[in-house]
Write a protein of this length. Structure first.
Length: 336
């Protein structure tokens, strides 16, 4: 499977576009979605495949996709043994996809396949990642407002200017996803992960339809998972090669606050304003200094481990190489 894209490129059979569609209990929408995708891409004269990833459906969705895969050579079906989550489904779809451009869509018909030509045009214009933006969103407020808060926090944390990180309608150059490792709920942070490696991100306003079939998979538990995964992504991107910056900053703040608290108490004692041994501020200041020192020590240990294990090449990605092999620069090098 690792060498399949190269083989397809050699034989001329590699599709231009792979559409990856993870789904969970969407029996009423899958056939219609495939029909719309096929109509749009065939109308654009683009070779394509549609990779459906069944994330443990129990409502007959698998049977619908099996029938599609039997009838249409462009359809690929991946079945999980149970529900593993959207990140795992996307990761499996990315590994299976053979296209030069990989598009992800939700299976609930809220994403409009008619937008596909615009995504492909944006990739051809130079973007590495194109993120859909549900500018007019047809979702309940309980889903919209937490999403807006999440977008604001992620943008502030990573220096991004995207309006909708949660939109499942995205397009990627295949090479952008080559070394992407998704797990947990990290699918929401794909633009941030790829931007940290230097890929060019673009946003595209898209049509968003109201849900007509099935139920939303959104739950309040996703907010907690998203917050924890945000910390994971920050540690593995912004601070992956400088852990002391995060541990040391928090540790120094706590250490400073503890020193100020204890200094204040010492000043009160020197001024004869009573004993300080039974004051809560004393214990609070001592705890701050202890935890601050531990965090700084943790950061220093992490730096030592990193210095012994880091691969210098892991710090950067090279997009391409340009070298003139027959010009005067090369001849000077040889002469030297």
């Amino acid at each position: 499977m690792t060498f399949q894209p190269a083989l397809d490129a050699f034989t001329g059979m590699r599709p231009t576009v792979s559409v990856v569609v993870p789904f969970l209990n969407e029996v009423d929408t899958l056939a219609a979605l495939y029909g719309q995708i096929a109509a749009v891409l065939e109308g654009e004269c683009v070779s394509y495949e549609v990779v459906f990833v069944n994330d443990g459906s129990t409502d007959g969705s698998e049977a619908v996709c099996r029938a599609l895969a039997t009838e249409h050579a462009e359809v690929v079906l991946i079945n999980f043994r149970r529900n593993f989550g959207k990140s795992a489904a996307l990761s499996a779809g990315f590994r299976e996809a053979r296209g030069e451009i990989i598009v992800t869509m939700d299976a609930d018909l809220q994403d409009d396949p008619a937008e596909l030509p615009r995504f492909l045009a944006a990739i051809r214009d130079g973007a590495d990642v194109v993120c859909g933006w549900k500018k007019i969103r047809n979702d309940p407020p309980l889903k919209v407002w937490p999403s807006r808060l999440f977008n604001a926090v992620v943008n502030r944390s990573f220096g991004l200017e995207l309006s909708d990180h949660n939109c499942g309608f995205k397009a990627y150059r295949a090479e952008a996803l080559a070394n992407l490792n998704l797990y947990g709920e990290l699918h929401r942070f794909v633009p941030a992960l790829l931007q940290s490696r230097g890929f060019r991100i673009r946003e595209l306003a898209v049509q968003h339809h109201p849900r007509r079939f099935g139920n939303s998979k959104f739950g309040t538990g996703r907010l907690v998972k998203g917050a924890l995964d945000l910390l994971t992504v920050m540690l593995t991107t912004r601070f992956a090669t400088r852990p002391l910056h995060i541990f040391g900053t928090v540790g120094l703040l706590m250490l400073t606050a503890g020193m100020l608290s204890l200094s204040y108490l010492v000043l009160l004692w020197l001024m004869g304003m009573g004993p300080i041994g039974n004051r809560p501020l004393l214990f609070f200041g001592i705890l701050l200094m202890l935890f601050g020192g531990q965090l700084i020590s943790t950061g220093l240990i992490a730096e030592l481990v990193l210095a012994r294990s880091i691969d210098e090449k892991a710090k950067y990605d090279i997009r391409d190489r340009v070298r003139r092999i027959d010009g005067p620069i090369e001849k000077i090098r040889i002469a030297a």
